[in-house]
Design a protein around this ligand. Structure first.
Ligand SMILES: Nc1ncnc2c1ncn2[C@@H]1O[C@H](COP(=O)(O)OP(=O)(O)O)[C@@H](O)[C@H]1O
Ligand SMILES: [Mg+2]
Length: 541
């Protein structure tokens, strides 16, 4: 009998695991860490999917979120949208197979990217309550409902109770029971998440029915759809060796490395291929892309960095828009001052385009004056999605905190009624973790955020200085007016003139000197319906 080695013994236990098995054990990587955060994560996944689907179909989104407490740390959650729906043929994979979706393979700005979100929710329902989720979906013409869960061992969807139903609605409605979650009215909770979603998606209307029965409605504040992002080809400067090898090996149409590169990437022309040939002389650009080796790809990537490229196509980005941000901030924060800045697109890591939008709101329920939200004064967004967690490692926090706020007439940033909103848009946002709650601290991104916020800050400073000098004048005016009565009496005694006459003249004199106080406040734009002041921003590039 052959002796079994120790290795044989140990490797009896050797097993392969599915991706859902991995996430079952590491659900914190998907944002399921802490009860409050887990609930926000579920809502975030469903809401972003609804928004992506509506945007793609050109539909103004109506989102409805209903939460019911059904046990200790156990909630029933219903989220519905009015989007295009999911066809019955794809519903299983879409909602119960990790890494499946319509977005991963695209180079286009959308909220979802990896095909993890929806299946992650299904998985979380299964591991915390053992229950499937219930789905109703309608394209407006055909509709069905079913229960879906995920077979963790195989990462395969399991559908039961599939039924055709009346198509008297359109979109997707998902209902599920989730454990290990908790509803809380904090700045990490669902209400705040939806409030910020409304802020960055003014074309959307959102309703929340909270577990305590309280209904919150965030009405649509802009009736136009945001500009549709275009799918673009990746820019060569954003490509690493691994990408290049993968793209090359998957390429089916091109017969040569040269034509593959022209077809696959933006800005690559025959001339650029010639330049690359010179920069990487031992790479054969005429060979079959399927045979491109790692070594050759590495040389090409190095050569790419050595030659000059036209900047990436910037049409791929969809921003919120200056007007839309203004409308949304007025709607939600009712500030007394507001300045919004949209910067020009820039690139980071040499080739990935991004755009920063920033707004500063002062007064109203901006900053902490709302009382309720402790971290309310930096509102962070990545591709219009609110980022509520991990703020300390985020590029936005880093940029905003490092601004010398005293220069903008804010003495203590954390204690004044000021909110700073920043949205970073890009085809590829470098999130600092799978939970996608913080943007990693790339130098170019931090710098650009700073410039945007400072630009808006200069308008804030002008406004606050105006306010301050006005208040000093007001105090002086009131102080002098207090003496008018006594002074008129004294003068009347000395001169023999009537006290009332002296009083009228003195008042006219003083009012003349302080006449500015009786005009509209220095910086208030009266044409504005809500009395929100807006200073036109001047760019400093
Ligand atoms: N509400 C919805 N309406 C239409 N399609 C949806 C909806 N929710 C999910 N999907 C589809 O399911 C896929 C998987 O969703 P998800 O796991 O969240 O990954 P991602 O959003 O990263 O693509 C999406 O790519 C989309 O095709
Ligand atoms: Mg998603």
């Amino acid at each position: 009998m052959a002796a079994t080695s120790v290795a044989d013994e140990i490797f009896k236990e050797f097993k392969e695991h599915s991706i859902s098995e991995f996430f079952r054990k590491n659900s914190q990587m998907l944002g399921y860490a802490g009860k409050v955060r887990s609930l926000t994560t579920i809502i975030h996944e469903y809401v972003t999917n609804g928004l992506d689907a509506c945007e793609e179909a050109g539909i103004l989104p109506d989102l409805n979120v209903e939460l019911k407490e059904i046990g200790e740390n156990k909630y029933s959650i219903k989220v519905s949208d009015n989007g295009p729906g999911i066809p019955q043929t794809h519903v299983g994979k879409a909602l119960a197979s990790v890494l499946s979706g319509t977005k991963f393979h695209r180079y286009m700005q959308q909220r979802g990217q990896q095909g993890i979100g929806a299946a992650g929710c299904t998985l979380f329902a299964k591991i915390t309550t053992g229950k499937p989720i219930h789905v109703r979906s309608s394209t407006g013409k055909q509709a069905f409902e079913c229960d879906i869960t995920i077979d963790i061992k195989s990462n395969k969807p399991l559908l039961t109770n599939v039924l055709k139903i009346d198509a008297d609605f359109r979109g997707v409605e998902i209902t599920g029971e989730f454990g290990e979650v908790k509803y809380e009215q904090s700045d990490h909770g669902v209400l705040e998440y939806l409030r910020r979603t409304a802020l960055s998606n003014p074309h959307c209307s959102i309703r929340l029915l909270a577990p305590d029965g309280q209904e919150s409605i965030f009405p649509r504040s802009a009736a136009e759809m945001p500009k549709r992002p275009r799918q673009i080809k990746p820019h060569p400067l954003g490509i690493n060796t691994n990408d290049l090898v993968e793209f090359a090996h998957k390429s089916t149409v091109s017969r040569k490395v040269s034509s593959f590169m022209i077809d696959t990437f933006s800005r690559v022309t025959q001339n650029k291929i010639d330049e690359l040939r010179t920069a990487a002389p031992d790479v054969n650009f005429d060979k079959n892309p399927a045979e491109l080796t790692w070594d050759e790809a590495e040389k090409i990537v190095k050569a790419i960095k050595q030659i000059k490229w036209i900047a990436p196509d910037l049409d791929s980005m969809s921003t919120i828009g200056e007007k839309q941000i203004e409308a949304a901030i007025k709607n939600i924060l009712s500030p007394t001052f507001l300045s919004v800045v949209e910067r020009k697109p820039r690139v980071f890591r040499g080739g990935i385009p991004f755009v920063v939008e920033a707004g500063i709101a002062y007064g109203g329920s901006a900053g902490k004056s709302s009382g309720q939200f402790v971290e309310g004064n930096i509102l962070r967004f990545g591709n219009k999605v609110p980022l509520l967690f991990d703020s300390s490692v985020c590029a936005i926090t880093e940029a905003v905190k490092n601004i010398d706020w005293k220069r903008y007439a804010i003495q203590k940033f954390d204690e004044e009624p000021v909110s700073v909103m920043v949205n970073v848009s890009s085809v590829y946002i470098p999130y600092s973790g799978v939970g996608k709650q913080a943007i990693s601290q790339e130098d170019e991104i931090i710098e650009e955020i700073k410039l945007a916020v400072q630009e808006a800050g200069r308008n804030l400073q002008r406004y606050l200085h105006g306010m301050k000098s006005r208040s000093i004048q007001e105090t002086r005016y009131k102080t002098i007016m207090r003496y008018v009565d006594q002074l008129s009496a004294d003068l009347s005694e000395i001169t023999g003139e009537k006290k009332e006459a002296i009083e009228v003249k003195l008042k006219a004199l003083i009012e003349g000197k302080y006449k500015k106080l009786f005009e509209a406040p220095p910086a208030l734009d009266e044409s504005d319906d809500k009395g929100v002041q807006k200073v036109d921003s001047e760019s400093d590039d």
